[in-house]
Design a protein around this ligand. Structure first.
Ligand code: CMC
Length: 429
């Protein structure tokens, strides 16, 4: 690498170190910039800032490439299962059959909640958003597993990962039951990961819910596609919280809050609400696209655009094709899918979207699958969170085990008032 970076400030040159990633991504290392020059960098939204070096996920946004630990997402959705992909993300390698059996049995052993946790649900009003409940309950888990919340050896990390990944399903399903006033359905050790989640949500004491293999596979693939996405908002949140030394459960709980927003994991819910509005006759697809182009409308075409992808999101492509399979299996057709296709067609031909390289993202079609399975729309972000959990755990591990593990503490350019004197209350008018 012969390239050199030099920063000239006044008449002084400051050579800067260049770092190159394993896929050729180049970065200028400015870690000693302030100490050397007195300057900091300013990058609102961190669009040009690498906060860390990471070996977990690679994205090439111009070409629409996504790989977990080097393996293309297309291969993982075709051949892997969510649990195996989670193992890959957290430990860096695909598991051997023995490791897979061990991890699966850990998940089974950890699927029950402490009975006292059921009482926490009684404290939530029925109108609670499932993301609020999930974040609170994951944080509460740390009180029941104090040793695992700050695991200090690989076996405890494995136990903590299995505890979180297994119990998250039970928490999600119990929150679903709570708002409906239905009895909690306990996990079944005989079922696989997704089947168990759907069983706890949709079975009744007198009638067991048996999802078809096509449905469980589609949801499993959906979880694989959400499992990690390098330094997105929620993962960066998890890493930032972890950098303070906060425990795994607290870090993940904060990640869930960051994911909730409609520009991030809450977009899948917002997409369906947008499609429903069009279906209800509030506006047609063309008007919706026109509205999204008007800056002062405050409205965006939900499920479109991405900070990193300037091409079709590879996850959206896969989910779009899975929509047809699930709807066919369930013998239903969803008018919202037709509207989504129409919106996509109009937007992809529109100069505004072409110029800005705005394509459907992971959230554009995912809600169609979840809706068909019977998941209520305010739980779509929760399914995103279940999928993203292994990524958060992998990043928590990478952060806490990194040699350069410093607390994340960005700087700012202060633009407030200069020093002034306090004025007593009686002198203020
Ligand atoms: N509809 C209309 N215009 C858009 C949209 C959209 N969905 N997305 C971006 N733009 C415009 C934006 O107004 C700006 O235009 P201009 O250059 O004229 O000011 C330009 O495109 C660049 O947008 P940006 O806001 O600077 O891009 P960003 O990288 O900061 O934001 C985003 C990325 C995903 C937040 C944004 O595209 C968005 O709000 N999309 C809709 C919400 C959504 O679908 N979120 C899910 C993201 S994927 C899953 C996840 O990571 O959670």
């Amino acid at each position: 690498m012969n390239e050199k970076a030099v920063l000239r400030l006044g008449d002084q040159d400051y050579p800067l170190v260049i770092t190159v990633g394993s896929e050729g991504e180049k970065a200028i290392d400015i870690s000693s910039l302030r100490a050397d020059t007195g300057y900091i960098t300013l990058d609102p939204g961190f669009a040009n800032t690498g906060a860390c070096e990471s070996g977990i996920t690679f994205i090439q946004g111009d070409q629409g490439i996504l790989r977990y630990r080097g393996i293309p997402i297309e291969q993982l959705v075709q051949h892997s299962r969510f649990i195996e992909t989670a193992y890959l993300l957290i430990w860096g390698e695909l598991p051997t059959p023995k490791q897979m059996d061990h991890f699966s049995s850990l998940l089974t052993q950890n699927e029950m909640l402490h009975e006292n946790m059921k009482h926490h649900f009684e404290g939530f009003p029925w109108t609670s958003h499932p993301m609020a409940m999930l974040s609170a309950m994951i944080n509460a888990l740390s009180c029941y597993h104090p040793v695992l919340s700050a695991p200090s050896n690989p076996s405890q990390v494995e136990q903590a990962a299995a505890t979180l990944m297994s119990k998250v399903r039970t928490l999600v399903a119990f929150s679903y039951k709570m708002v409906r006033g239905e009895p909690f359905i306990y996990p079944s050790p005989k079922r696989r990961y997704v089947s168990n989640l759907l069983h706890m949500m949709f079975s009744q004491p007198e009638e067991s819910y048996e999802p078809s293999p096509v449905v469980t596979r589609a949801v499993d693939r959906l979880l694989i596609l959400h499992a990690d996405h390098e330094q997105n908002c929620s993962t960066s949140t998890v890493r930032m919280v972890a950098s303070s030394g906060a425990n795994l459960f607290a870090s993940v709980s904060a990640g869930i809050c960051a994911l909730w927003g409609p520009r991030h994991g809450g977009a899948n819910q917002a997409v369906i609400e947008m499609l429903e509005e069009i279906h209800a006759g509030g506006m047609d697809a063309r008007q919706c696209v026109e509205l999204a182009k008007k800056k002062d409308s405050g409205f965006r075409l939900m499920g479109f655009g991405h900070r990193v992808y300037k091409n079709y999101d590879p996850r959206a492509r896969i989910i779009k094709s899975d929509c047809d399979k699930v709807l066919e299996e369930l013998g239903c057709c969803d008018p919202l899918l037709e509207i989504a296709r129409e919106l996509e067609e109009i937007a992809l031909r529109d100069e505004y979207f072409i110029e800005r390289k705005l394509y459907p993202n992971v959230d554009f079609y995912s809600g169609i699958i979840l809706r068909a399975v019977g998941v209520p729309k305010n739980m779509f972000p929760v399914f995103f969170a279940i999928g993203r959990l292994p990524g958060w755990i992998a990043h928590w591990r990478e952060t806490t085990e990194s040699r350069s593990n410093r607390i994340d503490r960005p700087r700012q350019v202060y633009t407030g008032p200069n020093e002034r004197q306090y004025v007593p209350l009686e002198q203020r008018c």
